[in-house]
Design a binder for this molecule. Sequence first.
Ligand SMILES: Nc1ncnc2c1ncn2[C@@H]1O[C@H](COP(=O)(O)OP(=O)(O)OP(=O)(O)O)[C@@H](O)[C@H]1O
Ligand SMILES: Nc1ncnc2c1ncn2[C@@H]1O[C@H](COP(=O)(O)OP(=O)(O)OP(=O)(O)O)[C@@H](O)[C@H]1O
Ligand SMILES: [Mg+2]
Ligand SMILES: [Mg+2]
Lengths: 223, 223
Amino acid sequence: VVQLTQVSKIYSPGQAEVRALDGVDLSIDAGQFVVLLGPSGCGKSTLLNAIGGLDSPTAGTVVIDGTDISSLTDAQLTRFRRQKIGFIFQFFNLVQTLSAKENIQLAGELVDEPRSLAQVLKDVRLEDRADHVPNQLSGGEQQRVAIARALIKNPPLLLCDEPTGELDIATGRMILSLLRTVTRESSQTVLLVTHNTAIAKMSDRVLFMRDGRIVEDQVNEAP
Amino acid sequence: VVQLTQVSKIYSPGQAEVRALDGVDLSIDAGQFVVLLGPSGCGKSTLLNAIGGLDSPTAGTVVIDGTDISSLTDAQLTRFRRQKIGFIFQFFNLVQTLSAKENIQLAGELVDEPRSLAQVLKDVRLEDRADHVPNQLSGGEQQRVAIARALIKNPPLLLCDEPTGELDIATGRMILSLLRTVTRESSQTVLLVTHNTAIAKMSDRVLFMRDGRIVEDQVNEAP
Ligand SMILES: Nc1ncnc2c1ncn2[C@@H]1O[C@H](COP(=O)(O)OP(=O)(O)OP(=O)(O)O)[C@@H](O)[C@H]1O
Ligand SMILES: Nc1ncnc2c1ncn2[C@@H]1O[C@H](COP(=O)(O)OP(=O)(O)OP(=O)(O)O)[C@@H](O)[C@H]1O
Ligand SMILES: [Mg+2]
Ligand SMILES: [Mg+2]
């Protein structure tokens, strides 16, 4: 499903050069639930953005479902991303003028077979906040809208960037087991960045990143 | 230093009423390091905003250092807040067009005796990212800019809203012990919202919130 070969991303603000990704090789099989850990600034979000086609790498190739995404036109890439990839951003990216329900519905309309809106609202425990716009929601509630927005699309590939950063321990655990169950039922492939080491135990594989490289790759025998 | 009496905050978006704060009584002595825990949506950020004078409560009084902040004019409240209160927001609120260094410097210029810019940059480990603007920083790096911006002011009262939500375990622990040490040296009063229960053990007092009320208040004998 996901095949990265020598992917690098190099920024040069001023004189100094930042190697956010430094020759990453990675392949992820269909249906795997993979967790990505690493210190702040090591390149996790940059990697997710490269896989999701949101940012083009400086070097290397990204192949999703057999398609080299750098060969797509902008219009093709947008359609590919809408259909195939669900994204939970680190800072949510909610539409500020739409309610929680409308933010989620908008995502569901992008695909042919979305999940039910009522069900995903219930899954993330936001039924009684459905009509609130983002600035009428707490930090954790906004994060849960972002999670529901990705889930409703029922995408083959789900990329999650610290989906429980604003949640208390109990709510975080509830959300992580929801992601685990829902994606297993419809055999979705998941790459999830987290600092919550408890989830690493629930995953199929755990990757460790440091300074733009994947330095460890552990398979969990019995998640 | 902080004295709240029957503070409530009630929103009424549409028909339903949300009691974000529901009659909160709270007093915090000078130099105390107090941690605030509670599930997502229970009113933690609303409480911090009420104490920091960023949002006026529907009922009740907020007294800081003997001053009832609802009696201040807008201009007086702004000056009071700049001088007396440091704030680490849940979503950082960085100035997007300024570099990390400039964001921090701006805060230091608000007070008479700021800490050294070079020192706070070193404290949060961002010396080599000082010239990056927010969109050239990772999530955790932006959070650390927000932390340095509050620290440089050396404020008598420091309000922190989940200051380690975007940080990995190790960086989070480093930041929390920095906050603990720095505020103890200059006997600052701290109210810190967190989901990181390890810090609760390092604090003087732990408050638990639920549905807009403080339901537990535990003193740590030997933090
Ligand atoms: N402008 C608003 N209008 C209506 N309801 C609001 C508004 N702002 C906040 N709320 C509600 O008030 C409650 C308390 O919000 P608050 O942001 O204080 O929660 P919190 O404890 O900080 O949660 P989190 O841990 O998720 O950040 C939430 O349920 C939220 O939906
Ligand atoms: N536009 C940019 N210009 C220069 N450097 C950048 C830019 N964007 C990101 N960086 C740098 O690239 C590195 C990797 O950033 P990335 O956002 O991938 O980190 P991360 O692992 O997601 O960290 P966090 O856990 O803090 O979110 C960081 O050190 C950051 O400063
Ligand atoms: Mg990140
Ligand atoms: Mg909050």
